[in-house]
Design a protein around this ligand. Structure first.
Ligand code: ATP
Length: 259
């Protein structure tokens, strides 16, 4: 990896919910424009880590910085600015969106919010929706009437519409059918590459990580147990959890192109 300064850095992050710690000393560095997968078995703490990285949850110990400033202590006056530059899309899609708003209003709100934070944006709702393969006819639909997969796609469109510096995706596209998932993943990948947007994707879906990222971190037993170029990790997984995830997908393990 290069020596470019980190855009996001987690140092000795611990977290838990009263029982044994879920995260027990996670260190992680993301550099501008990198596309990194956070791989791990179900329940290992991926969502917890993503929440902490995005500033939505405080670690019990350790800290996270975004552009050198602690995310958990962003002063009120800077929150809009950070929110415009560091976006999280939660596992269940559209958290924080009014289900009564239409899809168009939801995307336009994102543009407005970004402009308030001093970012220049276009106002192209159709282009924002095209990234997630949603046709323009969806603009008049209220978010509350969308299917789970459509909501996930609107949430991603909203987050990408204003070109953040870094996008954190927690199990994206889980509710989207496989073929469409691949198409949308490829669109997202093309856009983040074109615009140099950093990407962290938490998932146990190796096929998705193959399409979206080139580097992978494996979370197990509360820490990052393995890290490297996705291809190398897939071809020679070291940790038993990584092996289990890879072996579940023989064609991925064999290096065949994703279907
Ligand atoms: N609010 C909470 N209260 C108590 N326990 C929680 C809470 N949130 C998460 N946990 C527990 O913390 C652990 C890590 O959960 P987390 O959702 O971060 O894992 P994950 O890797 O994202 O899982 P999945 O892949 O299934 O979404 C799990 O054992 C979960 O049951």
């Amino acid at each position: 990896m290069s020596s470019t300064p980190a855009v996001l850095e987690a140092t000795d992050v611990w977290a838990g919910y009263g029982g044994p710690p879920v995260l027990a000393g996670v260190d992680l560095t993301l550099r501008p424009g990198e596309a990194v997968g956070l791989l791990g078995r179900s329940g290992v703490g991926k969502s917890t880590l993503v929440e902490i990285l995005g500033g939505g949850q405080r670690p019990t110990q350790g800290h996270v910085t975004f552009d050198g400033a602690p995310v958990a202590k962003t002063p009120r006056r800077r929150r809009k600015d950070v929110r415009a530059r560091l976006r999280t899309v939660h596992q269940n899609g559209i958290a924080g969106v009014d289900v009564q708003r239409t899809v168009e209003e939801t995307i336009l709100d994102a543009f407005k919010e970004a402009r308030k934070a001093g970012r220049t944006t276009d106002n192209d709702v159709e282009a924002a929706l095209a990234v997630v393969a949603l046709p323009i006819r969806f603009v008049t639909r209220r978010v509350g009437t969308l299917s789970g997969g459509e909501r996930q796609r609107v949430a991603i469109a909203r987050a990408l519409a204003t070109r953040p510096d870094l996008l954190l995706l927690d199990e994206p596209l889980t509710a989207v059918e496989q073929t469409l998932r691949e198409e949308v993943a490829d669109e997202i990948r093309a856009l983040v590459r074109k615009d140099g947007i950093g990407l962290l994707v938490a998932s146990h879906d190796l096929r998705l990580l193959e399409r979206l990222t080139e580097h992978v971190l494996v979370l197990a037993e509360g820490t990052i147990v393995e890290s490297g170029p996705l291809r190398s990790v897939l071809q020679d997984p070291q940790h038993p959890d990584t092996r289990a995830l890879v072996e579940a997908l023989p064609d991925v393990a064999a290096g065949r192109p994703p279907r």
